[in-house]
Design a protein around this ligand. Structure first.
Ligand SMILES: Cc1cc2nc3c(=O)[nH]c(=O)nc-3n(C[C@H](O)[C@H](O)[C@H](O)COP(=O)(O)OP(=O)(O)OC[C@H]3O[C@@H](n4cnc5c(N)ncnc54)[C@H](O)[C@@H]3O)c2cc1C
Length: 403
């Protein structure tokens, strides 16, 4: 069914993925007319935002999502991480962090992207003030002095908006149409994701294992399953995707070892080529980029959505209640607030991705030494924990970037 398209909006969010939908919810009660323009219908099997990916949400994100009305879904489906176990395959380094030893109940929660997407969407659709416009694909835009006019690939009617938010992912059409330049780095790696069932209970432990091809994460899920995020070189990915279940499980067992016993079952596999995409500028005339449209990062540190959600929360804080949400001063203030968190998170993740993909003996030695140091030095442990939880160096030094 085609959506009823309004002529005018105060804020048009292009992209109804996890970040765009979160922004819409954060703008509830702002007194502004807000629309989410999404190319896929929510139930589409190939919807890129709401798939089987397993996401680690840090406590800052859990707090934000609770404020957005997603607390019940988080309680029901978000499995708490009580222990983090980091190791290097075939080397001596290892770090094990227990939440309780750090005075915490848990480090974060693990949830499947589609479950979180469903919960966000349900909230958006319940709100009469929010327009969910899908399937609708942005094709062109026209900059006017007090507004932007949006045109669509699959609808004749245009929308005029005072603020355009690009939350349309790594290959953002908004970024392209605004001619905002972006820097790209191809890691030459692919993440393969699936669910698997091991014979031993995971007991709320998240495993990150560094292997010759790249990191392998096993994240605790409901019903004693684990979410697998297996990073391999792009050449190895095709073979792993084509392998039958028994061969795939044998390969996984070989890489991971037997800490969780024997892998018994595996679900559907999907793959993501990994790249860093970073917009060199996030704002333009009456427009702003957030989430993956602004920064697409390696999943090694489980920070991508967490970072995008902080963008959404901060942007809502700046424009809510404004008479004109597209004012340049508001957008500048937003970007100024977000700059250091974005810079730090992207740098931290990129460094980690490069260090842990380094197969040279010096690289591996450095990693092992780093893991040993984390195991024995409380100050380093604290830093690792805070980074994993979404608090950056600024928090360690007392400056809080989290909105
Ligand atoms: C393997 C893997 C594991 C990850 N694990 C974690 C993790 O543990 N923790 C974490 O925080 N992050 C993780 N991430 C990152 C996280 O998944 C992303 O950062 C997050 O989903 C980005 O959301 P988004 O809404 O910005 O973009 P997307 O999910 O890309 O959504 C963009 C939306 O825009 C729509 N769209 C695109 N073009 C148009 C158009 N022209 N018109 C209308 N609509 C359009 C698309 O249909 C889509 O719905 C992981 C990523 C990967 C690949």
């Amino acid at each position: 069914m085609s959506p009823v398209i309004p002529d005018r909006l105060d804020i048009a969010i292009v992209g109804g993925g996890l970040v765009g939908a979160s922004l819409a919810l954060a703008l509830r009660g702002s007194g502004l007319q807000v629309g989410v323009i999404e190319a896929f219908t929510p139930s589409a099997p190939d919807h890129p935002g709401y798939d089987d990916r397993t996401l680690v949400l840090n406590p800052v994100s859990c707090n934000i999502l609770e404020q957005l009305g997603i607390g019940a879904a988080l309680q029901q489906y978000g499995v708490p991480i009580q222990t983090i176990h980091v190791s290097d395959r075939g080397r001596f380094g290892r770090a094990v962090l227990h939440a309780r030893q750090h005075g915490l109940e848990w480090f974060g929660r693990v949830i499947e992207a589609w479950r979180l997407g469903q919960a966000l969407l349900q909230q958006v659709q319940q709100d009469q003030q929010l327009h969910w416009l899908s399937p609708l694909r942005l094709e062109q835009l026209q900059l006017c002095e007090d507004s932007i006019r949006l045109q669509f690939e699959n609808a004749g009617q245009a929308i005029t908006t005072r603020l355009l938010v690009g939350a349309d992912g790594a290959d953002s059409r908004v970024r392209e149409l605004l001619a905002l330049p972006a820097r790209r780095h191809d890691y030459q790696q692919t993440a393969i994701i699936c669910n698997a069932t091991p014979s031993r209970a995971h007991a709320g432990t998240a495993y990150e294992r560094f292997t010759e091809t790249g990191p392998l994460a096993l994240l605790p899920q409901a019903r004693q399953r684990v979410g697998v995020v297996w990073t391999v070189t792009s050449q190895q990915a095709d073979a792993l995707l084509a392998a039958d279940n028994a061969a795939f499980l044998a390969g996984l067992q070989h890489r991971f070892g037997y800490r969780l016993g024997h892998f018994q079952r595996v679900g559907k596999r999907a793959s993501y080529p990994l790249q860093l995409v970073r917009a060199e500028r996030n704002t333009a005339h009456r427009s702003v980029l957030i989430g993956n449209a602004s920064h697409t990062i390696h999943p090694i540190s489980a920070q991508g959505f967490n970072l995008g959600l902080r963008d959404a929360a901060a942007l809502a804080g700046h424009v809510s209640g404004a008479t004109d949400p597209g004012q340049a001063a508001l957008l500048e203030a937003y970007q100024q607030q977000r700059q250091s968190d974005q810079d730090d998170t992207i740098r931290y993740t990129d460094n980690l991705a490069r260090l842990y993909s380094n197969t040279s003996s010096t690289g591996r030695l450095l990693r092992s030494a780093g893991l040993l140091a984390h195991q024995w030095l409380p100050a380093l442990q604290r830093r690792l924990v805070l980074n994993a939880m979404g608090y950056r160096d600024a928090v360690l030094s007392g400056k809080d970037h989290v909105h």
